[in-house]
Design a protein around this ligand. Structure first.
Ligand code: SAH
Ligand code: ZN
Ligand code: ZN
Ligand code: ZN
Ligand code: ZN
Length: 513
């Protein structure tokens, strides 16, 4: 069966909305969801429609909400397709088979056993990405196994596990220390007592490390993430296996209740949600999910607090600003550049090749969020917020207008500030790159529509082989370094020789995911 082209198109449809000549797949939300969406192993599917250069809608179909690569989840069903009982039964069996081999409770039991073991018996299989109990050793005899897993290592699973690399579905970009520390300090300065971490495993672990380390900061954290490997390291009340594109809790009602209890504790006081979704994801399903989490928090509020909003940090590239603000008008974008460990392009000015395009969107008043002076951020009294060093206040726009950290210039013809690389084109009657073509669609990035980069360097790296290569190289360097650091004091036999092999072997945690 011919499935409409790859699952990348949702991104293009989103980024290119309104651009001429674009075609792709868009997600549709039926206003009256009389028929519930069919289920794939990742929960309810989403309804998509293929769009072609302003032509009529074609047939609509259901596909996986989480996996944009058919290799990860090949669910496909036309909206009007009727399935036989036999096929429905087969699908159900398939969905069951695809669930993690261990239940959440079993994982917790294993973890409790594991920490009771003497250091010399605490082993981790790198191929299966799994903590091993003595009974498992034989089965993993041929696998690269590291031993002497310390409690410190157990507290930093994001360093023990490989970042998942399947680009289109689960690309994991872990915060660089600088950014992660900044976030934890900020959360603590703002006085939050609980953090709902949605797709932020490294932030989750740093919060917990700090909480256990010093008595002053005692912030609690609950991680919701689709990466099931994390369930080996956390008890039921600090990790839920979760799909943020359809608000699906893989462990059903019990897990949902964990989340609800967490949000509603203390009548909902002192809690914030921090999320760093995969950038290739669609904004709309994410927004719908976040609104459900907000509603869950609201249920626990008393009546007289009904005007209050759940504080949120949504970490996402700056060029999604208008999309995000469309769904959350009270959000504003901070100038802070969020850096990643395993991403060549998303590094802070001096160290990386390029400045990171990733920002924090929040409904917390920006004047309450102090950005680090030592990194060049300064307070603009007129805008009442901290801005990048080079983001200058434009007296004509009456605002610090730069979005990307560079100094922007005011164009009097366009009556707004524009990127430094742009000049005013009298043919197009607006500002553009000097070598733009005056007719037809702008030759900007095909993925997001931005004019200052091409597809090959788009922050939505899932589409870029070139960048992936660079990332992989960088990662290898990094992981060599990291390895040296984390293996200090333990056997070094699996450092570099097996690395290539391991990367190839990196297995799924459970079938279909
Ligand atoms: N910067 C963050 C990690 C962000 S990477 C940190 O360092 O903590 C994106 C995260 O979202 C990954 O942990 C990934 O496993 C998770 N993720 C990807 N798709 C998801 C989905 N559909 N539902 C929930 N989490 C998802
Ligand atoms: Zn799926
Ligand atoms: Zn193994
Ligand atoms: Zn201006
Ligand atoms: Zn202009």
């Amino acid at each position: 069966m011919a499935v409409p082209r790859g699952r990348l198109e949702p991104v293009e449809a989103e980024g290119n909305a309104g651009r001429q000549g674009s075609s792709g797949v868009e997600v549709v939300f039926p206003s009256d969801p009389a028929t519930p969406a069919p289920l794939c192993p990742h929960g309810p599917t989403l309804l998509f429609v293929k769009v072609n250069q302003g032509k009529e809608e074609t047939r609509r179909f259901y596909a996986c909400s989480a996996c944009r690569d058919r290799k990860d989840c090949n669910f496909f069903q036309w909206e009007d397709e009727k399935l036989s009982e036999a096929r429905l039964a087969a699908r159900e069996a398939h969905n069951r088979r695809c669930q993690p081999p261990l239940s959440r409770t079993q994982c917790v039991e294993r973890y409790l056993k594991f920490i009771e073991l003497p250091l010399s018996q605490r082993k981790f299989c790198q191929r299966c990405q799994q903590l091993l109990l003595p009974d498992d050793w034989e089965k993993h005899g041929e696998h690269p196994v590291v031993g002497d897993i310390s409690i410190t290592q157990l507290k930093r699973p994001s360093q023990l596990l490989y970042p998942l690399e399947n680009k289109k579905t689960n690309a994991q970009y872990l915060f660089a220390d600088r950014s992660c520390q900044f976030l934890v300090d900020l959360l603590s300065t703002l006085g939050f007592g609980r953090v709902l971490c949605v797709g932020t495993p490294r932030l989750h672990e740093l919060i917990r490390l700090k909480a256990s380390g010093d008595k002053k900061s005692n912030i609690k954290s609950l991680l919701l993430d689709i990466d099931f490997r994390y369930s080996q390291f956390y008890m039921e009340d600090s990790f839920c296996h979760y799909n943020m594109f359809n608000h699906h809790f893989f462990d059903g009602k019990a897990a949902l209740e964990v989340c609800r209890t967490f949000l509603q504790e203390d009548k909902g006081e002192g809690v914030i949600m921090v999320t760093d979704p995969p950038f290739g994801g669609l904004v709309e399903p994410l927004a719908i999910t976040f609104k459900k989490l907000i509603a869950m928090w609201k249920e626990g509020q008393s009546q007289d607090n009904s005007h209050k909003e759940l504080p949120i940090f949504w970490i996402f590239p700056y060029f999604f600003e208008s999309r995000i603000c469309q769904f959350f008008p009270s959000f504003c974008m901070l100038d802070y550049q969020v850096d990643y460990d395993n991403h060549a392009l998303y590094k802070h000015g001096k160290t990386g090749r390029k400045q990171s395009p990733v920002r924090i969107f929040t409904n917390i008043p920006p004047n309450k969020i102090i950005l680090p002076i030592e990194e060049g951020y300064r307070f603009c009294p007129l805008c009442q917020r901290y801005v990048s060093l080079e983001n200058q206040h434009c007296e004509h726009c009456n605002s610090c207008t730069s979005k990307d950290g560079r100094k922007w210039n005011h164009c009097f013809l366009c009556k707004k500030c524009v990127k430094p690389s742009w000049i005013h084109c009298s043919i197009c009657n607006h500002c553009a790159l000097p070598d733009h073509s005056c007719e037809g669609p702008k030759d900007g990035c095909f993925v997001c529509g931005e004019l200052d980069h091409k597809r090959s360097t788009c922050p939505n790296i899932s589409t870029s082989k070139k960048v992936n290569k660079a990332v992989r190289k960088q990662k290898q360097r990094k992981s060599n370094k990291m390895k040296m650091e984390t293996t200090k004091g333990q056997s070094m036999n699996h450092t570099s020789v097996t690395r290539k092999k391991k990367r190839k072997e990196r297995a799924h945690q459970y079938p279909c995911s």
